[in-house]
Design a protein around this ligand. Structure first.
Ligand SMILES: [Mg+2]
Length: 277
């Protein structure tokens, strides 16, 4: 129903909320959410990221009404500890590592095979970027993120070239870009869209679920594409990503506005307009 357009051309969810109500009516909703930049404001040090005010209570109430999943590039334990709401599904490492509310655990085995390449790439990148001020090399179980948000603009090309260079030395690694970061991860046919499909199948095997996905970054587009014809895609807007293409149906202006939208969704459940799963 939607062709790809740029983020700044996507209508604001709050302005078209009546249309969304019609779209959601009588559906079996599953809510799937990215973390950084979606539930939490982007901060200089990713180690300091926390859910925006109101997110935790909103998720605690929402999960009483429908299945809720958080899909993040962070490690599973990291994203679970940061969100800290029980009964959610958590998908870490872009979905290579998934845990369910009843103790289910799914790990994508092939991702384990690339850990030695990630170890080697991490050592090489740390050594080569040692002298550059402000670089943050963040090692995660199945990926390596190199953040350059605090790097002098004159040095950014050096950082990205180094990551591209090291990444290209390992055939089993794939280079991806994000908001002020470059990332190396397994070069496998698996992304947030595949993780979303896996989760939907597991949560609602009948295939009748109506997924709502919200995310803010390049890797979220795989999931937004996956829900394009079967659900509702929400892109969380930022100044950093405004004229880039997106598969989302609607947008919101940052994590606080997304939290408000989750509150409106709850009201639809609480008023009986949506029936709980
Ligand atoms: Mg994000």
């Amino acid at each position: 129903m939607t062709t790809e357009r740029s983020v700044d051309q996507v209508p604001d969810a709050h302005e078209v909320f009546d249309d969304l109500r019609g779209m959601l009516w009588n559906r079996r909703i599953i809510v799937l959410l990215d973390f950084d930049g979606t539930l939490s404001p982007i901060v200089d040090d990713p180690a300091d990221a926390e859910p925006a005010d109101g997110v935790r209570p909103a998720l605690e109430r929402l999960v009483e009404k429908c299945p809720v999943a958080v899909i993040s590039g962070r490690d599973l334990a990291d994203v679970r500890d940061r969100v800290a709401v029980e009964r959610l599904w958590y998908a870490g490492s872009h979905g290579f590592d998934i845990a369910g509310p009843d103790g289910e655990h799914h790990e994508y085995e092939d991702a384990l095979d690339v850990v030695p390449s990630l170890d080697a790439a991490e050592a090489a990148i740390r050594e080569r970027l040692d002298e550059i001020a402000g670089v943050k090399v963040e090692r995660k179980r199945f990926s390596l993120s190199v953040h350059f948000r605090s790097v002098d603009p004159d040095d950014v090309a050096m950082v990205t070239d180094t990551v591209d260079d090291v990444g290209s030395e390992h055939r089993d690694l794939r280079i991806t870009e994000g908001r002020r970061l470059r990332e190396l991860g397994p070069d496998l046919e698996w992304d947030k869209g595949a993780a979303l499909g896996w989760l939907l199948e597991r949560i609602e095997p009948s295939g009748s679920a109506f997924p709502i996905y919200a995310g803010d970054d390049v890797t979220d587009e795989d999931a937004l594409k996956a829900v394009r014809d079967i659900g509702l895609g929400i892109v969380v807007r930022s100044d950093e990503r405004s004229d880039v293409p997106t598969f989302a149906h609607v947008s919101v202006d940052g994590p606080d506005r997304l939290c408000e939208l989750l509150g409106q969704l709850l009201e639809l459940f609480e008023s009986g307009e949506l029936s709980p799963a």
